[in-house]
Design a protein around this ligand. Structure first.
Ligand SMILES: Cc1cc2nc3c(=O)[nH]c(=O)nc-3n(C[C@H](O)[C@H](O)[C@H](O)COP(=O)(O)OP(=O)(O)OC[C@H]3O[C@@H](n4cnc5c(N)ncnc54)[C@H](O)[C@@H]3O)c2cc1C
Ligand code: SF4
Ligand code: SF4
Length: 424
């Protein structure tokens, strides 16, 4: 059976429209806070540290940045991308055929083990019999890391391996994961008694539970059961590759939002770390031209990691084009519409898709645009559903990154962007 056959077409998202819930259909998560992305920490003996470590209890970006970098973000790109020493456009000279992009992440994990720089790598594999159900893997060989190439685009409790790391006496660890996982890992780092920790971050936004991923594919694709790879590309389209090698394209504007409303967990809608700002090295794609990967080296360890992979890389140029600020007033206005609104008529959608491709933001400007939109959407989500949590879960840089839109925000929502008690 392929993954997409699991959820029938007619079923809705697993947690139901408008319901604020944890991750429904997942009984083992009962008793957790209402905001939980199932990062895995609470499955371990470290769970008593949850109140001090969970990004959804208290966001500690500012203090972790101070520890890692001795400072917080400076004005400019750091507000969106996080603190970094260098950025690159790069790709593997010999791409891994099953990789999500060119396989930089798994190649790096494999090299770290081959060269004896770490004893193990935490990575994400697929559950037996599925393509996309995420399962955390503690890889001890390069082959075991390479086997995990490709995204399993659903929530994965990667931190649930930290007890095993301790039991196996692992002292030098590489961890591949998403921003919420990395936040909790950094928060408990000193308790892990490791001699070396290398954190390879992947950007992440709008993640979903596995059943909801299947539901999504059923709504979006003409042939959901044959999808082997999919990605939300920089050309404002979802690309879905099928078993026969054919690629299906779906414009973002054509998504049936009325059917998808309710699909994202409350945690992912309250997340403010799309670019994985607390990693040593972030490897994604959205700031680079199509076909290239986007890399941010944040720490000295991050620079060492990149240098390890450099001989196997082709380096490109980071470019940018378009003006993201032109589309923001319309985006802000649309946030006032009821969620799950029906799509515009077909011809209007065609025109919008064409304009997005021809005139939309590109390269680094595309990355700034999508990060900014998610910061704003998620700030509004927290304000509408969990207002009391705002001082604890919204980190300082959100208000600074969105400051250019403070006037239009006030006009649209009749409240200030920055809370009264927040210093500018
Ligand atoms: C849900 C999700 C959303 C993403 N959204 C964006 C985005 O908007 N913009 C962007 O630039 N990049 C995004 N990425 C990252 C991007 O798609 C690639 O994973 C990244 O660029 C690495 O590509 P690669 O070819 O080097 O990876 P590969 O060598 O193919 O390795 C993929 C790595 O991803 C890890 N992984 C796979 N699934 C998961 C998971 N569910 N949780 C944690 N780790 C996982 C595996 O451990 C593996 O090591 C997202 C990734 C995920 C999982
Ligand atoms: S996100 Fe992680 S730390 Fe927070 S409640 Fe869920 S499992 Fe626990
Ligand atoms: S969107 Fe944020 S909270 Fe959700 S899995 Fe990704 S990093 Fe975690």
């Amino acid at each position: 059976m392929t993954d997409a056959a699991i959820v029938p077409m007619e079923e809705g998202p697993s947690k139901g429209l408008d319901q604020i819930s944890l991750l429904s259909r997942d009984d083992r998560l009962k008793g957790r806070p209402r905001l939980c992305s199932d990062c895995g920490l609470c499955d371990t003996s470290f769970s008593p540290l949850m109140p001090q470590s969970c990004v959804f209890v208290r966001n500690q970006t500012a203090s972790i940045e101070q520890r890692l970098h001795g400072r917080n973000r400076r004005a400019g790109d750091e507000l969106h991308f996080g603190i970094h020493r260098a950025q690159y456009a790069a790709r593997m000279r010999r791409p891994h055929p099953k990789a999500q992009w060119t396989g930089m992440v798994t190649a790096l994990g494999a090299r770290l083990l081959e060269r004896g720089r770490v004893d193990a790598v935490v990575t994400t594999g697929a559950a037996p019999g599925t393509r996309f159900q995420a399962v955390p893997v503690l890889a001890r060989t390069p082959q075991a890391v390479l086997k995990t190439a490709g995204n399993k685009p659903c929530l994965s409790p990667n931190l649930n391996l930290i007890d095993l790391v301790r039991e196996q006496g692992i002292k030098r660890l590489a961890f591949i994961g998403t921003g919420c996982q990395v936040h909790a890992l950094r928060a408990v780092e000193s308790e892990l008694a490791l001699d070396r920790l290398a954190v390879i971050g992947i950007p992440c936004s709008d993640n979903v539970t596995y059943p909801d991923l299947m539901y999504f594919l059923n709504q979006i694709s003409r042939s959901p059961e044959t999808v082997v790879h999919h990605e939300f590309m920089q050309d404002f389209r979802l690309w879905l590759r099928h078993e026969n090698g054919k690629v299906e394209h779906v414009n973002f504007i054509d998504f049936p939002m009325d059917k998808l409303h309710g699909i994202f967990p409350s945690a992912c809608l309250s997340c403010f770390d799309y670019p994985n700002g607390l990693s040593d090295l972030t490897i994604g794609f959205m700031g680079a031209e199509l076909g290239w990967q986007w890399v941010l080296a944040r720490t000295e360890t991050g620079e060492e990691l990149f240098d390890l992979l450099r001989p196997e890389l082709e380096l490109g140029e980071l470019t940018e084009g378009g003006d993201r600020t032109r589309g923001m007033p319309r985006f802000i206005e649309r946030l006032t519409h009821p969620p799950g609104e029906k799509r515009p008529p077909f011809l209007v959608r065609r025109l919008i898709a064409m304009l997005q491709r021809r005139r939309g933001a590109r390269g680094l400007e595309f990355a700034r645009a999508v990060i900014e939109m998610k910061l704003l959407r998620n700030l509004n989500y927290v304000r509408s559903k969990f207002e009391r949590f705002e001082p604890r879960v919204v980190p300082y840089h959100v208000y600074e990154a969105l400051d250019p839109y403070a006037d239009i925000y006030r006009e649209t929502f009749e409240r200030p962007l920055r809370p009264e008690n927040q210093d500018p």
